[in-house]
Write a protein that binds this ligand. Structure first.
Ligand SMILES: NC(=O)c1ccc[n+]([C@@H]2O[C@H](COP(=O)([O-])OP(=O)(O)OC[C@H]3O[C@@H](n4cnc5c(N)ncnc54)[C@H](OP(=O)(O)O)[C@@H]3O)[C@@H](O)[C@H]2O)c1
Length: 176
């Protein structure tokens, strides 16, 4: 399974502006368009339960895309399940990838947040990172990864300027 992590951050690497869970309050229209286009091309999107909670009011389900939410309490989300479109699991990332690979999925878009990103990094399962850097500094906020995360080495393979204010979209390969 090829796993691509997609995130948007401030220049100082914050993925939230303080405690505000709604990233649409500070991300650019151009980044939103890029993210939306990319999601439409995916048939598998995976996220943590806090990211699901933060964005569920804007979630647009589709027949062609399976969204999987990682939670330690899948039973809590029974009422939200839409078979084939929105599922909840307490599988570990390797277990999830094994099961979904057996079903024929080959590409996964991982959409955060920090906790689930680190869980995937722990098992060395992320191949590519697509990161938009918005030209902002936030004094407080969540980071792309959590604190007990080991170092990850990256190689930049593509750089796009998204708008005149200088939002940058960077594509990195994870290297060992
Ligand atoms: N800027 C961006 O690109 C971007 C992208 C994504 C998210 N975000 C923001 O980031 C925030 C969410 O990040 P987050 O790090 O708090 O949450 P997260 O990674 O989205 O989800 C964390 C949750 O996953 C569940 N979980 C499942 N397995 C786990 C395990 N083995 N260990 C620990 N937790 C496990 C836990 O909730 P349960 O109680 O359900 O088990 C945990 O609270 C939101 O505010 C969101 O808006 C920003």
């Amino acid at each position: 399974m090829n796993v691509t992590l997609i995130m948007v951050s401030s220049v100082n690497g914050k993925i939230t502006n303080g405690e505000d869970p709604d990233v649409t309050h500070w991300t650019s229209r151009e980044d939103a368009e890029l993210f939306s286009e990319l999601k439409q091309k995916q048939n598998l999107i995976v996220m943590g339960s806090s990211t699901y909670e933060a964005g569920k009011n804007r979630l647009q389900l589709s027949n062609n895309t399976l969204r999987v939410v990682i939670t330690r309490s899948p039973d809590k989300y029974q009422a939200d399940i839409v078979p084939g479109q929105l599922e909840f699991t307490d599988e570990s990332p390797p277990e999830l990838i094994k099961r979904l690979s057996a079903k024929g999925y080959t590409e996964m878009l991982l959409t955060g947040g920090a906790t689930i990103n680190s869980l995937f990094f722990k098992y060395n399962l992320i191949n590519t990172i697509r990161l938009t850097i918005e030209p902002k500094l936030f004094p407080i906020g969540k980071n792309i990864i959590i604190q007990d995360q080991p170092q990850v080495n990256l190689r930049l393979v593509k750089m796009q300027k998204l708008n005149t204010r200088g939002a940058l979209h960077l594509t990195y390969k994870v290297i060992s």
